[in-house]
Design a protein. Structure first.
Length: 528
């Protein structure tokens, strides 16, 4: 029998090669499914909130926007957060996972089944089975070794669409990482600004406590000298106690802001004081800010790019689903050696030429009775695509709204601070005049009390609004999509995670290479 197989093998190979060539010609001829195009999105030509201090044409480097505050402590905090923030590390590891999934998708374009095999088995035949011959050997050992291969030809582009989807999914994870980076830099800057704001509000509260303590002494002296009644003393003490009571509330806000900043830096609460070193001033916002034009959000904001990549991935999945409507062509083959100890053969004969056995040929499979399910799956994928298109458009709208909100907050809070600064100056003069008049007996203590209440309130509001100006500017830069570029030329995986994962699993060069260029097709193909 082995001789018969050997004699027919050249003809089989010739026929198989002919069929294979025909299938090869057909392979890749038809890519089913839609070709992706970026969805249209509603984008205005200019921002609706404009002012002299908000320029749309000036060029600005959004990569390290926090440098506009010229605060070395803030610069150091953001650098630490980039290295140590845990959610950012998780986002980086997800990129690595997506890159590995892309490798799986690329591998599907090659023979999907490749298997070396070997086996030794004892065979015992029933003597009562049909057509059993007494001459047959009913007990023998069977030894075989060989190699099997199976390759489904990608005629309809199903596997190519899978690569497109996996590639877009990987870009989604990169955009997610960038979005985390945008939120992280803004979060660190905002928490730092709140800390400095609370510190300044505490200084003002303590300063007012000293002023009110002096006023209480004056009221006590005048009461002891019989100039005024005890009512002035009680009113002075009540105002003092009220101001002192505001200090614990401010200290609560200060400590909670420090705890929030510690978490962003990947540090335990309570350890941030070593980083802040000493009290500082509220970050001073620029008088002018470059906001660019709305269309720039489409390429700068990571969440907009993420929504676009999600749409691209889903567009490819329509092609994957649609490919199931058509027949699948495959080539399968097997080559090996087989021997047994039946009759005059022995297991050592397996290495003889006549022990060679082969199988090869094309096959076709077609889900011809499943069109209802397959077509409805195509419709499911198309409906999901349309949802993502609308979601992309909504993301662009929300991005524009966030910029407009931050812009109006920044502009109007600056105007408010100018007025509050003048109000505080006037309140200080009123307190000084009221105290002089009270000492001279030209005014009662109620006037002193009223002016000091106004001063305390105005100073606190003024300081808080100073912090709001900086926070609004931070929010504006976040809305404009600044900050993610700082990680553009670096590996997304932290060294501590690289080391731990490399010790556990063979990641090859994937874990150390610069994944920021993963969307480059030439670089991607070189990896597989």
């Amino acid at each position: 029998m082995a001789d018969r197989i050997t004699e027919q093998t050249p003809f089989q190979i010739r026929d198989i090669l002919t069929v294979s060539c025909l299938i090869g010609v057909l392979s890749g001829c038809q890519m089913v499914g839609p070709e992706y195009t970026r969805p249209d999105a509603p984008v205005a030509e200019q921002w609706s909130e404009t002012a002299e201090n908000a320029s749309s044409s000036e060029r600005f480097d959004y990569e390290k926007w926090w440098s506009v505050f010229n605060d070395e402590v803030l610069n150091s905090l953001i650098d630490t957060a980039y290295k140590q923030n845990l959610p950012l590390q998780i986002a980086g590891i997800r990129i690595l996972e997506a890159r590995a999934r892309l490798g799986i998708a690329v591998g599907n374009t090659y023979p999907q089944h490749q298997q070396a095999r070997a086996g030794l088995s004892h065979v015992g035949l029933s003597e009562n089975q049909p057509n059993f011959s007494a001459a047959a050997d009913d007990s023998f050992l069977d030894l075989n070794a060989g190699f099997d291969i199976g390759w489904e030809m990608d005629i309809w582009g199903r596997f190519q669409r899978g690569i497109e989807a996996a590639d877009a999914d990987m870009l989604v994870t990169i955009a997610d990482y960038d979005d985390v980076m945008v939120s992280l830099t803004a979060g660190v800057a905002s928490a730092y600004t709140q800390i400095r704001t609370f510190e300044q509000r505490l200084l003002i509260a303590k300063s007012n406590v000293e002023i009110q303590q002096n006023s209480l002494k004056i009221a006590d002296i005048r009461f002891e000298n019989g100039v005024t009644t005890e009512l002035d003393v009680h009113q002075a003490r009540a105002l003092l106690l009220n101001t002192q009571a505001s200090i614990p509330a401010l200290e609560i806000g200060l400590q909670q802001s420090k705890h929030a900043l510690s978490t962003l830096l990947g540090m335990p609460p309570g350890s941030i004081d070593k980083v802040l070193v000493e009290e500082g001033t509220i970050p001073a916002a620029l008088a002018e800010v470059a906001v660019g034009i709305p269309a720039e959000l489409l390429r700068r904001r990571p969440d907009v790019r993420r929504a676009e990549f999600q749409t691209a991935a889903q567009s490819a999945r329509i092609g994957i689903a649609e490919a199931e409507l058509y027949p699948h062509f495959s080539l399968t083959g097997s080559i090996g050696l087989r021997g047994s100890d039946t009759f005059d053969s022995n297991l050592g004969d397996i290495f003889q030429a006549d022990s060679l056995e082969t199988f090869a040929g094309p096959s076709l499979s077609w889900n011809i009775l499943n069109y209802g399910r397959i077509k409805n799956n195509v419709r499911v994928q198309d409906a999901r695509l349309q949802q993502l298109i609308v979601a992309y458009q909504n993301t662009v709208l929300e991005a524009s709204r966030e910029v407009e909100d931050a812009l109006v907050g920044f502009i109007r809070s600056q105007e408010q601070v100018v007025l509050l600064r003048e109000s505080v100056d006037v309140a200080k003069k009123s307190v000084d005049l009221a105290l002089v008049q009270y000492r001279d007996g030209a005014a009662d203590y109620q006037r002193v009390l009223d002016t000091q209440k106004v001063l305390v309130g105005q100073q606190d509001v003024f300081t808080a609004r100073q912090g709001d100006v900086a926070v609004n500017l931070i929010t504006l830069y976040k809305a404009l999509g600044g900050g993610w570029q700082v990680a553009g030329n670096k590996n997304f995986i932290a060294e501590v995670n690289q080391k731990e994962m490399s010790e556990r699993t063979d990641w090859g060069k994937l874990i150390t290479e610069d994944l920021s260029d993963s969307n480059d097709e030439n670089n991607r193909k070189a990896d597989w």
